[in-house]
Design a protein around this ligand. Structure first.
Ligand SMILES: [Fe+2]
Ligand SMILES: [Fe+2]
Length: 246
């Protein structure tokens, strides 16, 4: 009989691009976000950061080759999340792109001409076994989040969370009612009051978010408030951070 522990993959996450500097001085910090997802059928790069040279530099320092990436999941059309893609396609043109269908046609055309295979996302759908898109979540800018299914629950990766982090979590919960074992990415809370941020963190608890790894545009005050609430279940993100989760 199959052991339930063997059903879910061991997912390895590596933050390749973030504005929070690493203690490892070889790595470059820069405004933007990218996270490599390994351990599934496909190696998925979640967003690309702003500058391809910095993305490739950090990858090389961390021992990753661009050829290891099968596809890129683009959360939303902001250059601090998509700007590295052109350079990446120069060194690995055989990428699948999972991107919101709302991206401008001129970008889609240019990436196709560079060799990429585009998979345009509108509604929730599977990326590969154990990986899913939330589909486009409406906001002042359309955004998709990546959901990974592991034994301990779901992992949710967000780019900037422009449609609001609580709305994204609610959308995930509609199709994946299990606890969120890890919430990682930019939450875009810099403009919120302390009171509002505390309310959002309480919502994380209500929605069974078990561990939180705020990155990129979350805002320093929000990061510290999350650290206070989540204690050992808070993960401080800087470029190069590696997380393994099953
Ligand atoms: Fe961003
Ligand atoms: Fe953004």
């Amino acid at each position: 009989m199959e052991n339930s522990q063997s059903k879910g993959p061991l997912v390895k996450l590596t933050v390749l691009y973030d504005n929070h500097p690493s203690p490892d001085k070889r790595l470059k910090a820069d405004w933007g976000f990218a996270c490599l997802v390994q351990g599934l059928e496909k190696n998925i790069l979640f967003d690309t950061g702003a500058k391809g040279e910095i993305l490739l530099h950090n990858m090389a320092q961390l021992g990753f080759s661009p050829q290891e990436i099968d596809g890129v999941f683009l959360s939303h059309h902001h250059t601090d999340h998509t700007g590295g893609l052109d350079r990446l396609l120069e060194v690995n043109p055989n990428l699948t792109l999972w991107l919101p269908a709302s991206f401008p046609d001129k970008d889609k055309l240019a990436w196709r001409q560079q060799g990429a295979t585009l998979h345009e996302i509108t509604t929730p759908e599977s990326i590969c076994p154990h990986a899913f898109s939330t589909g486009i979540i409406e906001g002042w800018i359309k955004e998709q989040s990546l959901i990974l299914e592991v034994n301990s629950g779901t992992i949710v990766l967000t780019g900037c969370a422009h449609p609001r982090i609580v709305n994204i979590i609610s959308k995930v919960k509609q199709n994946f009612p299990q606890p969120i074992t890890l919430l990682l990415g930019g939450f875009h809370l810099a403009g919120f009051s302390s009171r509002e941020i505390v309310g959002i963190i309480q919502n994380f608890r209500l929605q069974e978010v078990k561990r939180v790894a705020p990155a990129h545009c979350t805002g320093e005050e929000a990061i510290e408030l999350i650290a206070q609430e989540y204690q050992e279940d808070f993960i401080r993100i800087s470029v190069g951070e590696r997380i393994e989760i099953q």
